[in-house]
Design a protein around this ligand. Structure first.
Ligand code: ZN
Length: 74
């Protein structure tokens, strides 16, 4: 499940949670249901720019420069 960021309209509490797209979680601060999904915070770049999923070495291809598997061998 994807990680979404939310902001509570009742107490302004901001939090992140794993959630289905069609589910709205309750606010962990006040328990209210008036939370808004923060779309701008979803696509944060992974540290190093490359993720294991995008690296070719993980699928038998050419490793990228920042491949975590390569870093362990050099
Ligand atoms: Zn709240």
């Amino acid at each position: 499940m994807p990680l979404y960021a939310y902001r509570c309209n009742d107490c302004a509490h901001e939090f992140e949670t794993l959630s289905r797209f069609d589910e709205t979680p309750a606010c962990p601060g006040c328990g209210g249901a008036h939370v808004e999904r923060q779309l701008s915070l979803i696509a944060r770049p992974a540290p190093g720019g490359e993720t294991a999923e995008s690296c070719g070495a993980m699928s038998g291809g050419t490793p990228c420069a920042s491949c975590p598997a390569l870093a362990g061998q050099m």
